[in-house]
Design a protein around this ligand. Structure first.
Ligand SMILES: CC(C)(COP(=O)(O)OP(=O)(O)OC[C@H]1O[C@@H](n2cnc3c(N)ncnc32)[C@H](O)[C@@H]1OP(=O)(O)O)[C@@H](O)C(=O)NCCC(=O)NCCS
Length: 287
């Protein structure tokens, strides 16, 4: 196999703890490979050692002796409850779409539960539809927090070209919702009555609709397809998308909606999917 060729199956991949300086150096390198991070933005070995010694979780997907992916989380606090905050999940390009990211999340969940932690949190860019699908449909997260430029506006990876707004998601590890999702049960078709407060227009622009008191119990926020391409080809359009979705998420969350699902767009459509938001239910009721 040439160094950049795609790996065809993951039968030989083993998920296990990452330990010792050599394996942690490989985690530093993988961060650079996956996100293109400069040295200053890499989470270094010393931080990995300290966070894992203090109860964090650092696990890798190993192909023989080489690191194909990793998940890294440190202990956090949410309303007085200890959680695992999963700061990074990455799979090297040639190992993508082999379920390795998913296996890493499940292993991370097992370890968190074994440590007595019932909740995991992390953040992701809500314009990334593949990540939204992974988080809401495959894993069963919920969200009631949106951060403006979470890492500042000039953070350096390719995921940060269009600012660093993030949805903060909660993964209620022992909930029925999560059990069902990881057993492969679909989240249910609950979009019929949702009013879209952001739509993708025929020419790929965001169309915004005001969220009023009369707006439905359930609303939807659509996002465009292939946002990475949009960011490369038209930073101006990407920025319009950032601002429209930022306004919609912050308005809805401030009015008591929680983000509880994501439906992927039809193949060939110019939207990658729609978030689903429900009003009047606390985050914990959705568990
Ligand atoms: C996200 C990531 C870890 C997924 O790893 P992976 O091993 O390819 O994922 P899996 O094979 O387990 O796929 C799980 C699901 O993730 C989805 N997915 C999420 N992000 C994806 C991406 N960037 N590329 C391809 N698929 C992605 C897939 O659609 C798949 O769902 P499906 O099988 O129902 O279609 C990997 O793409 C990656 O390292 N991306 C860059 C870093 C990143 O975005 N980290 C997560 C931030 S929240």
């Amino acid at each position: 196999m040439t160094p950049n060729s795609t790996v065809q199956n993951s039968a030989s991949i083993v998920i296990r703890d990452i330990s010792g300086p050599a394996e942690m150096r490989a985690v530093e390198q993988l961060q650079k490979d996956v996100w293109g991070l400069p040295d200053l933005d890499v989470v270094p070995l010393t931080q990995l050692v300290a966070a894992t010694a203090a109860g964090g979780v650092l696990i890798g997907a190993f192909d023989g002796g080489s690191l194909a992916g990793f998940a890294y989380g440190f202990v956090g606090l949410e309303n007085g409850r200890a959680t695992l905050h999963s700061h990074m999940l990455a799979v090297e390009h040639k190992y993508r779409n082999l379920n390795i990211g998913y296996r890493l999340k499940l292993a991370q969940r097992d370890l968190a539960l074994a440590h007595g932690l019932n909740e995991m949190t992390w953040t992701f860019d809500p314009l990334q539809g593949l990540n939204a699908h992974f988080n809401f449909n495959r894993l069963g997260v919920v969200s009631d927090r949106y951060f403006l430029d979470f890492y500042g506006s000039d953070a350096a990876s390719f995921l940060h070209r269009n600012g660093t707004d993030r949805l903060w998601v909660t993964w209620p590890l022992a909930s029925r919702r999560v059990e069902e999702r990881i057993a492969g049960m679909p989240s249910g078709a609950f979009f019929e009555n949702a009013v879209s407060i952001v739509e993708v227009s025929a020419d790929g622009y965001p169309l915004e609709h005001e969220l009023t008191e009369a707006t439905n119990e359930t609303v939807a926020i659509e996002i465009p397809g292939r946002v990475d391409e949009v960011e490369k080809q038209s930073p101006e359009l990407a920025s319009k998308w950032r601002m429209a979705t930022r306004r919609a998420f912050t308005a809805a969350i401030s009015k008591g909606y929680v983000v509880d699902g994501f439906t992927r767009g039809e193949g060939g459509s110019n939207k990658s999917g729609s978030y689903h938001l429900t009003r009047g239910r606390a985050l914990r009721d959705l568990e």
